[in-house]
Design a protein around this ligand. Structure first.
Ligand code: NAD
Length: 250
């Protein structure tokens, strides 16, 4: 079992890629805290995992709130005894052009996608240090590396922030044996991208940029996240794992 004995918290774990990671981590023997604003989906997934031999708990978490992060990490440790892995996965996607954007739209996306990662990392570090180290996996995007005309400037900026924040944290906390890496998925079939699949014109534009010619499945990203979470990646920190069907290769 690749995560035997480990306790993991996955933000945005109630659906999409976060849910795929929660299922896979539980299969690999991790104890999993599913932390999300979506109560119903989160509790359903918690029940599914527990009924099929895994160990999971749902914890309400809005990643923009520092107090809720502190509570969520306390609750995880109270339930499972420690924290070894944090997946900063919660995120929102938006579209549109710079000059049409309101400051409120910018601030909201930055609060969820970038500040949420900072807060989770900040409050996970002391617990990981107590466990002798840990692994933090930050879900950025291929759009944290290259831009696309239809996607919003605040989405790109937030994902670019996650990419470099990952490296800053990695070098500061290598001394604590805490590894920090970013994952850069391309288009993946989740509720977040459903609008791009439903719009024939937009779907064509996305597909045209993917050498493998299709969107990825959440499990294809979860496999990479599992590797970074596990001790198999013990010599990796500050690195970028690109899982994008070849989008950034051209
Ligand atoms: P999704 O919308 O299916 O899931 C996102 C999850 O984050 C949801 O469960 C949602 O409730 C949760 N969330 C949103 N705001 C939150 C908040 N304030 N506090 C706590 N939880 C919150 O999307 P997904 O496609 O599974 O996306 C997961 C991550 O992957 C995101 O960070 C996204 O930006 C990134 N990503 C997605 C794609 C893609 O094509 N789907 C590509 C690259 C990166």
């Amino acid at each position: 079992m690749r995560l035997d004995g480990k306790v993991a918290l996955i933000s945005g774990g109630a659906r999409g890629m976060g849910a795929a990671e929660a299922r896979l981590f539980a299969l690999e023997s991790a104890k999993v805290a599913i932390a999300d604003v979506l109560e119903q989906e989160g509790r359903q997934l918690e029940a599914q995992i527990n009924e099929t031999g895994g160990q999971a708990v749902f914890i309400h978490l809005d990643v923009t709130s520092e107090a809720q992060w502190q509570k969520a990490i306390r609750a995880t440790v109270a339930r499972f005894g420690k924290l070894n892995v944090l997946v900063n996965n919660a995120g929102i996607g938006t579209y549109g052009e710079v000059e049409d954007k309101k400051v409120e739209e910018w601030d909201h996306v930055m609060a969820v996608n970038a500040t949420g990662v900072f807060l989770g990392t900040k409050h996970a570090i002391p617990e990981m240090r107590k466990s002798g180290g840990g692994s933090i996996v930050n879900i950025s995007s291929q759009l944290g590396m290259v831009a696309m005309e239809t996607v919003s400037p605040e989405y790109h900026a937030s994902k670019g922030a996650v990419r470099i924040f990952t490296k800053a944290t990695a070098i500061q906390h290598a001394k604590d044996n805490i590894r920090v890496n970013s994952v850069h998925p391309g288009p993946i079939l989740t509720p977040m991208t459903a609008n791009t699949v439903a719009d024939a014109e937009l779907y064509k534009r996305f597909l045209a940029r993917i050498p493998l010619g299709r969107y990825g499945r959440p499990e294809e990203v979860a496999n990479g996240v599992l590797f970074l979470a596990s001790d198999e990646s013990s010599y990796m920190t500050g690195s970028e794992l690109v899982i994008d069907g070849g989008w950034t290769a051209q």
